[in-house]
Design a protein around this ligand. Structure first.
Ligand code: GLU
Length: 446
C-alpha cells in the first residue's frame, strides 16, 4: 500500500505549534514511508476562510521545509459533496430537519431537566408530509442530518490503540446547514475517499468525529482509512496552550520573526511527546527516518519554550559554513569559515552573529580590569595569531604574573573582546586582527 496522507487546515487563522505538529506528523510519516503528502485547504466556510490565511499557511509550511506533493481546496469541490449528499439521501441516511436553534436549545434544556442526555431525538424523522409542507410554506429551510446507526464503532488507532465510539450516545450530526453550507464532516470524508487517503492523522479533539465519519465512509460504500489521533500540546504546567499564545508568540510566523530556525521548530515538534530524544536533527528527512506512531505517547505533550531555544542553539552549533555563508553574506558579515566555526556555538539566534562580527571588526572598547596583568599580556602577545596562540599566550602570562584560572582568562577576554563571555578564545582570537588586539590591550578603542 502506498501511503497517502493529508494535512487539512481551515484557512481561518495562522499556523501555530499545535497544528504544525499535526502537519508534521503527516509529513514525516509520508516521507518516511515514501508516500504522498497532500495539503488540503478546508475552506467550505466561505465567510471565515480567507486567501490571506491560505497564503500564510502555505508560506509557513514552505518555510518549515514541508513541501506538499498535491494540493486542493474544498471550495472547488462542492459538486462532489452534493453528489455524495444525494447518495446518502437516496439511502435514507441523510434527512431534513426543520428545528430552529432556539427550538433545539429548548429541547436540550428539557432533556437535561429530566436527567436525560441531550441527544437529538430525531423528531424530524416523524414529521408528516403535511407538517413538512407547513414548514416549507413558512419559508423554513431544512438542515440535513446524517442518520447514525447507533452502534459501537471500533477502530485500531495508530496512536491510541483500540478505540471505540458509541454512536448511540451522539446526536445525528448536521452535515448541511439550512443555508446550504456543508459543514466539515461530510466534505472531509468525500475528499478522503476520492483522494485515496490511506491514513488520517489529526488531533485527538477529532476522536468523536471519527466515530460518525467511519459510519459515513461505510454509508458511501468506502472502506475507512487508518486513523491516528495525536494528543494535544499543553504548556509546562499541563494546561492547554492558550488561544492568545497560539495566535501570538506561538504562531509560526512569530517564531520566524523571533529568529528561530525552521529546523529547530521541526526537530522540536517532530519529537515532543515521543519516546525519542528531543534533539537538533540534521534535516527534516533525517527526522522522517526515525518517525513511528509506536513512539508517540498518549499523554499530552508539554511544550517548553526553553527547549525550543536549546534546540535552536543546537541547530546553529551544527550548521556548516556552506549553509551559513549566504546568510552571513546577506547580513554583510561574512568573515569566513574560521569566524563562523569560532562563533556558532555561541549563538542563540543566527542574527547574534552580527554582534560577534562587530567584536572582530571593532571598534571595541576594551575593559581593562587588571592593568598590570594586561600590560604584561600586551608584551607577551604572540607575533602571529593562530589556533594555538591563545593557550600559549595565557600560559606565558600565567608564568609571568602568577594569575591563573578565572583570574587570568577573564581579564584577557575582557580586554580583547570587551565582553565577559563569548566564543572559545582559541578559535576566536586568531579571527581578530593582531594589530587591533594589541591596541585594545593598550586600552584603545580599536
Ligand atoms: N479542517 C479540519 C480541522 O482543521 C481537518 C480535520 C481533519 O484532519 O480531518 O480541524
Amino acid at each position: 500500500m502506498t501511503v497517502k496522507v493529508r494535512f487539512a487546515p481551515s484557512p481561518t487563522g495562522r499556523l501555530h505549534v499545535g497544528n504544525v505538529r499535526t502537519a508534521l506528523a503527516n509529513w514525516l510519516f509520508a516521507k518516511g514511508q515514501g508516500g504522498t503528502f497532500v495539503l488540503r485547504i478546508d475552506d467550505t466556510d466561505l465567510e471565515r476562510s480567507t486567501k490571506a490565511f491560505e497564503d500564510g499557511i502555505k508560506a509557513d509550511l514552505t518555510w518549515l521545509g514541508m513541501a506538499w506533493d498535491e494540493t486542493d481546496s474544498q471550495s472547488k469541490r462542492f459538486a462532489h459533496y452534493e453528489s455524495a449528499a444525494e447518495k446518502l439521501k437516496a439511502a435514507g441516511r441523510l434527512y431534513p430537519a426543520y428545528e430552529t436553534q432556539d427550538e433545539l436549545t429548548h429541547r436540550r434544556n428539557m432533556q437535561r431537566k429530566l436527567g436525560k442526555p441531550p441527544i437529538y431525538d430525531r423528531a424530524a424523522l416523524r414529521l408528516t408530509p403535511e407538517q413538512i409542507a407547513a414548514y416549507e410554506a413558512e419559508g423554513r429551510k431544512p438542515h440535513w442530518r446524517f442518520k447514525l446507526e447507533g452502534r459501537r464503532v471500533v477502530w485500531n488507532d495508530l496512536v491510541r490503540g483500540e478505540c471505540d465510539v458509541d454512536t448511540a450516545s451522539m446526536s445525528d450530526p448536521v452535515l448541511i446547514r439550512e443555508d446550504g453550507l456543508f459543514l466539515y464532516t461530510l466534505p472531509s470524508v468525500v475528499d478522503d475517499i476520492e483522494m485515496g487517503i490511506t491514513h488520517v492523522i489529526r488531533g485527538e479533539d477529532h476522536v468523536t468525529n471519527t466515530g460518525a465519519q467511519i459510519e459515513i465512509f461505510e454509508a458511501l460504500g468506502a472502506a475507512a482509512p487508518a486513523f491516528a489521533h495525536m494528543p494535544l500540546l499543553v504548556d509546562a504546567s499541563g494546561a492547554g496552550l492558550s488561544k492568545r499564545d497560539l495566535e501570538g508568540k506561538l504562531a509560526i510566523g512569530n517564531l520566524r520573526d523571533a529568529g528561530y530556525e525552521p529546523l529547530a521548530v521541526v526537530s522540536y515538534l517532530g519529537r515532543i511527546g515521543t519516546s525519542d530524544t528531543v534533539e537538533p536533527m540534521a534535516s527534516n528527512l533525517a527526522l522522517a527516518e526515525t518517525f513511528a506512531f509506536e513512539k508517540m505517547g498518549r499523554a499530552p505533550a508539554r511544550f517548553h519554550e526553553d527547549d525550543l531555544d536549546r534546540l535552536n542553539a543546537g541547530v546553529l552549533h551544527a550548521m556548516a559554513y556552506a549553509a551559513a555563508r549566504p546568510r552571513l553574506e546577506a547580513l554583510g558579515i561574512d568573515l569566513g569559515e574560521r569566524f563562523w566555526n569560532a562563533i556558532r556555538a555561541n549563538l542563540g539566534r543566527f542574527e547574534d552573529a552580527a554582534g560577534w562580527a562587530a567584536v572582530v571588526r571593532g571598534p571595541v572598547h576594551p575593559v581593562i580590569e587588571e592593568a598590570d596583568l594586561i600590560r604584561t599580556a600586551a608584551e607577551l602577545l604572540p607575533q602571529t595569531l593562530d589556533e594555538s596562540s591563545w593557550s600559549a599566550w595565557a600560559e606565558a602570562v600565567k608564568n609571568a604574573t602568577g594569575a591563573k584560572g578565572r583570574g587570568l582568562f577573564r581579564p584577557l577576554r575582557l580586554a580583547v573582546t570587551g565582553q565577559e563571555h563569548g566564543p572559545d578564545m582559541s578559535a576566536f582570537l586568531p579571527v581578530i586582527d593582531r594589530e587591533r588586539v594589541a591596541r585594545r590591550l593598550a586600552g584603545e578603542a580599536a
